[in-house]
Design a protein around this ligand. Structure first.
Ligand SMILES: [Zn+2]
Ligand SMILES: [Zn+2]
Length: 95
């Protein structure tokens, strides 16, 4: 199934079942939430697409760590860098 895995080329987020809608310019015109953009120039998630359309800052590229103790996943850049788990209050992921 890996060949069907689609990730945003901007933030690295994987397309999930919740990203059911494809991007369509009509969504922009009508002010509706935009869908997942998929084109020759890459894949862009709705969050990054919205940020691009509004000229706002793009969501940061998401790196995550999952604690081997409690299974909590953190997207906090500091946690990722340090291997720190906020739930365990400990450096649980070896770096
Ligand atoms: Zn994205
Ligand atoms: Zn933990």
């Amino acid at each position: 199934m890996d060949e069907f895995a689609v990730t945003c080329s901007s933030c690295g987020r994987e397309r999930t079942l919740e990203d059911a809608y494809d991007y369509n310019p009509i969504q922009v015109v009508t002010g509706r939430p935009v869908g997942w953009y998929s084109g020759d120039d890459g894949e862009v998630c709705p969050e990054c697409m919205t940020a691009t359309l509004r000229g706002g800052p793009l969501p940061p590229r998401r790196e995550s760590i999952t604690c081997p103790n409690c299974g909590r996943t953190s997207w906090n850049p500091n946690d990722v860098r340090e291997g720190y788990c906020g739930a365990c209050h400990d450096w649980t992921t070896p770096r």
